[in-house]
Design a protein around this ligand. Structure first.
Ligand code: ZN
Length: 357
């Protein structure tokens, strides 16, 4: 039976790879965890082939039934579909998403966030899966779903500390085995990011869709740590070229850029919202992408023929800040306190039983 499943999966993957061979577009959706942490959201669904999982609609406020069998998922990795146990998969994800040297409680928080996110994506719990393969739950591309370090990549990254770091992460995953975050009885889309710089962002300010558990909260210890500021410099000509290329009709010049490129409004958390780019207006997110800035929390100053961008934080700023989580852990918070701080009004509980798995 296992062999048959494997063969089916292989065939489905080959078919999937053919179907998606020319699809180089990243999904436009709730973005995926980003930075060292990527982020995700409304994944545009694509046509998938068969094997329709019955959709489970959890009753609001229903007490989740603990899952008995180990949760399984189908992971799309470089053209192959791999069927894996959830907890094993999560070790690779936490290794890819968070520095292994972070505090144990921060690693546990990351494990629960990643478990919640991937479960939310799975068809077995009513999610739309990952569009890179046919009937796959998630892929290993950090810009699309979540980061994933193979065993080889872990060895390469950690060198002689491989065993120590592997054990640390595995312990964090197993200590929270099967645990997820729920809002009103349903799995949450547990977005996270590298650092917020002092205050996380409301999902609505980024994607225009409100999520009651993805609200802006303070991440004060980060601000005090001062470790989330960065500078990026552009020659004026290079800045003008990059902006004109990304924003058609901007018509910026080296002479007018100082006056014609300016932030017009900010989100409630202080990030650039609407930006005037010459003759057009753009979102702070679009400017961040165009210039490769760490975050939309930026300011610009002009000195000696250069534009100097100062950014605060790294990533979209929504959900848990990994740097903030680590600082909270250092100050004595446990993973549950960290998660319920960054995800508003959530409860922690066992992964609800899927109807098909
Ligand atoms: Zn994906």
């Amino acid at each position: 039976m296992r062999k048959l499943c494997f063969l089916f999966c292989l065939l489905a993957c080959i078919l999937g790879a053919m179907l998606y061979a020319n699809d180089g577009q990243a999904e436009a959706s709730l973005p995926l965890p980003d930075g060292p942490a990527p982020a995700a959201a409304h994944v545009q669904d694509t046509v998938k082939v068969q094997v329709v999982f019955p959709t489970m609609t959890p009753a609001p406020s229903a007490q989740p039934t603990p899952s008995t069998a180990p949760a399984m998922l189908t992971v799309y990795d470089e053209g192959r579909c791999v069927r894996m146990e959830m907890e094993e998969y999560l070790v690779h994800v936490v290794a890819g998403e968070m520095p292994a040297s972070y505090e144990e409680e921060a690693l546990k928080a990351q494990a629960v966030a990643a478990r919640s996110y991937v479960s939310w994506k799975q068809a077995a719990w009513g999610g739309s899966g990952c569009s890179k393969g046919v009937d796959t739950d998630i892929c290993t591309d950090s810009t699309h779903c979540m980061a994933y370090l193979s065993d080889e990549a872990m060895r390469e990254k950690w060198g002689e500390r491989y065993e120590e770091y592997y054990d640390r992460i595995r312990s964090a995953v197993l200590a929270t085995q099967g645990e997820v975050m729920l809002y009103d009885g349903s799995l949450i889309q547990a977005l996270f990011h590298s650092s917020s710089g002092g205050r996380t962002e409301d999902a609505q300010a980024v994607w225009g869709a409100a999520f009651p558990y993805l609200q802006s909260v303070s991440s004060g210890a980060e601000e005090e740590s001062g470790q989330t500021r960065a500078e990026k410099r552009f020659k004026i000509e290079a800045l003008v070229k990059a902006l004109n290329q990304s924003f058609t009709g901007a018509e910026l010049t080296a002479q007018n850029v100082e006056e014609q490129f300016s932030i017009r409004s900010y989100t409630a958390s202080g990030r650039a919202d609407v930006v005037k780019v010459g003759k057009v207006t753009a979102t702070g997110r679009a400017v961040r992408t165009a210039l490769g800035l760490n975050s939309t929390n930026f300011s610009v100053a002009y000195k000696g023929g250069e534009a100097v961008f100062t950014t605060v934080g790294y990533g979209h700023g929504v959900g848990m800040s990994q740097v903030g989580a680590n600082l909270m852990a250092k100050e004595g918070s446990d993973y549950q306190e960290i998660l319920t701080h960054y995800y508003t009004h959530v409860t922690l509980g066992p992964l609800p039983e899927a109807q098909a798995n």
